[in-house]
Design a protein around this ligand. Structure first.
Ligand code: FES
Length: 639
């Protein structure tokens, strides 16, 4: 059967696809990335497309309304090709380049985590580049090419007992490389505890060696280009993780990867493709080639790390939730297909457990959580809330399933932090008039995590909701903003005409309940760790909040709704993207890299599903701010 022609609008691009191919897959083939929150199960409704012409095979319509179906709307994952088609992919179905949390600065030498961080750990990168001028061999000085180079390298690099290896592929080219360069060469080497390995021999030049710090998030991927000689960030690039087409969260991706071997290969290929696109952009901008990149350090959660390496993650989601590895073996760039020197080493941060990964170890390292006697709390808030508590003597950690609410999932007008997202809400308690702050100063399209925290706190403060999150319609009957909808109660944040859309932007009672469940889950996790080590909340000297959500969070409002502990604002710190900062530090400092490995082993993972403590704490936290108001003294006056 011949392949059919599929045209996508408004791009008007045409691809050929075989009968039976899903529209979701065909769109990916056309480089049009469609949201697929449920990983193609037909349950989330995120992958809507409009069939403009043609007659595809419809396997399911999920929650599409009769009106939508008659207008040609179909779920891309549930619709198959059986003839030529013209499709329109509406903007709301597309994965957008949203605000990627790159770091706090554009350029600089480790400024983000204290100017003395690299100084304290010591600057000794995981790769080096050395210019060497060798005397040409003669009939009387006739040692081999490699012996000649090796001896000089050992001397210049003060290698001591460390062996210097040379891979066969480099050895084969060595005679020509030396002679063509007239014995003046630059040699790039990896440098780890187990020895040094030559990765490139080129004509002598003084260009510095470069490394890549890579943060593989479930949602976004960020790459930094680091000058290994100075420690400076020379460039950076971020994008969404293209794996999102297989599902928004780690569980959907694990399910997809576990279905068949070619799925695992495909999902690994997709993340490599995402990273390579970022690398290529940086290389082009900096007039560099892949031969200039001599090592990479990756920080990601456990599932992302396993998928990056093509290691089957299926047991991560099955009780008793066991990852394949915590300490991750280093691999060469050519083994996984990254655009770097083929023999360059790619290192990954160690994980602690299935749901506490290398990104959390990176955060623990750069925030000095394991230094000193003071007790610190580290919280990374996303779909999973990962928490670490401890000091120099002990560290405990857990992961609680907060759900996607703080990233906009499951919320009527929820969206990620990107232009058009409401990030601040002010509600006038008497009139219920609303003032909004919108990212990018654009028209309000939806509301992101920090906006939701703000909004729930303000709804509570204005008496629009009670402490259980129930809407109080009778209390503000004079306002048109507070109203009963067909199947829920809602509050209008922006009227359709203000929002530039067809619908009013609202928050519903169900949305508020979802936020309460999410914040309850994180607060319950914190309480469980505290109980486990018999530490009072007051004994926590500092609370470090990581992740994109934390960067924009209003601490006062987060305390008012019971997401964060009721402690003085001075104890809170925000560190933004901890994973990329940790990746950069470990790339530049062998001591930091050793300490990261040690931290991974030192952290005690607490499985919250064992025993009743977590569930008891969770139920107690399903109130604003909590059923036990003595835990939130600053909120009692606002009752
Ligand atoms: Fe198609 Fe979820 S309904 S991806």
């Amino acid at each position: 059967m011949p392949p059919y022609q599929i045209k996508f609008k408004p791009e008007n691009c045409i691809i050929e696809a075989d009968a039976g191919t899903s529209l979701l897959k065909a769109a990916a083939q056309a480089e049009i990335h469609i949201k697929s929150g449920c990983g193609g199960k037909g349950t989330c409704g995120a992958c809507k497309v409009v069939v403009k012409s043609g007659d595809p095979l419809v396997l399911g319509t999920g929650n599409l309304t009769a009106e939508q179906i008659s207008a040609g709307v179909r779920l891309a994952c549930q619709t198959r090709i059986r003839g030529d088609l013209t499709l329109e992919v509406p903007p709301e179905s597309r994965l957008q380049d949203h605000q990627v949390l790159m770091g706090d600065v554009q350029k600089g030498i480790l400024p983000e985590s204290g100017p003395d961080l690299l100084e304290r750990f010591g600057h000794h990168s995981l790769a080096a580049k050395q210019r060497i001028s060798l005397p040409a061999p003669t009939l009387t000085t006739n040692t081999s090419d490699w012996d000649r180079l090796n001896l000089e390298l050992r001397w210049v690099l003060k290698a001591g007992e460390k062996p210097i290896h040379i891979p066969l592929a480099i050895l084969k080219n060595l005679p020509e490389a030396l002679r063509q360069a007239n014995w003046d060469v630059s040699v790039t080497l990896t440098d780890t505890d187990s020895g040094m390995t030559v990765t490139y021999v080129e004509p002598g030049n003084d260009r510095p060696p470069y490394g890549l710090a890579i943060d593989i998030g479930t949602t976004t991927v960020v790459v930094y280009l680091i000058n290994l000689r100075t420690g400076e960030i020379e460039d950076q690039q971020g994008s969404y993780n293209k794996q999102a087409k297989f599902g928004d969260d780690v569980i959907s991706r694990i399910v997809y990867a576990a279905e068949e071997t070619k799925h695992l290969e495909g999902i690994q290929h997709t993340v490599i493709e995402t990273i390579n696109a970022l690398i290529d952009t940086i290389l082009g901008r900096q007039s560099l080639t892949s031969c200039n990149i001599s090592c990479a350090m990756v920080a990601g959660n456990t599932t992302m790390t396993q998928l990056f390496l093509g290691v089957d993650p299926r047991y991560i989601r099955l009780e008793p939730y066991i990852p394949t590895m915590t300490g991750v073996p280093s691999v060469t760039a050519q083994e996984i297909g990254l655009h770097m020197l083929p023999e360059a080493l790619v290192h990954c941060y160690p994980a602690v457990a299935s749901y506490v990964g290398g990104d959390i170890v990176a955060g623990t390292l750069i925030t000095d959580l394991a230094k000193g006697e003071e007790i610190s709390l580290f919280i990374d808030i996303g779909t999973n809330g990962e928490i670490v508590l401890g000091n120099q003597d002990w560290l405990v950690t857990c992961a609680c399933s907060a759900g996607p609410s703080f990233e906009g999932g499951g919320i009527t007008f929820g969206m990620r932090a990107m232009p058009g997202a409401i990030e601040r809400v002010i509600i006038e308690p008497e009139t219920l008039d609303v003032s909004l702050k919108v990212i990018g100063n654009s028209l309000p399209v939806g509301i992101c995590g920090s906006g939701l925290v703000d909004c729930v706190a303000k709804l509570l403060g204005a008496g629009i909701i009670d402490r259980a999150g129930n809407f109080q319609l009778g209390h503000h009957s004079g306002s048109e903003r507070l109203r009963a909808a067909s199947d829920d109660k809602e509050f209008v944040l922006a009227w359709a005409e203000q929002a530039g859309g067809e619908k009013d932007v609202v928050i519903t009672e169900n949305d508020v309940k979802n936020i309460i469940r999410a914040k309850g889950s994180i607060y319950a996790g914190i309480r469980c760790l505290l109980k486990m080590v018999a530490v009072d909340m007051e004994m926590i000297s500092r609370i470090v909040i990581a992740g994109g959500f934390g960067n924009y969070l209003n601490v006062h409002d987060a305390v008012q709704i019971g997401l964060l502990p009721d402690l003085e604002p001075e104890r809170f710190e925000f560190i933004g993207n901890a994973a990329i900062k940790g990746a950069r530090l470990a790339l530049l400092s062998q001591n930091a890299w050793r300490e990261a490995a040690e931290l991974g082993r030192k952290m005690t993972y607490v499985e919250l599903s064992v025993g009743a403590t977590y569930m008891d704490e969770y139920v107690a936290a399903l109130f604003l701010p909590h059923t036990d108001l003595s835990l939130f003294p600053s909120c009692q006056n606002s009752d």
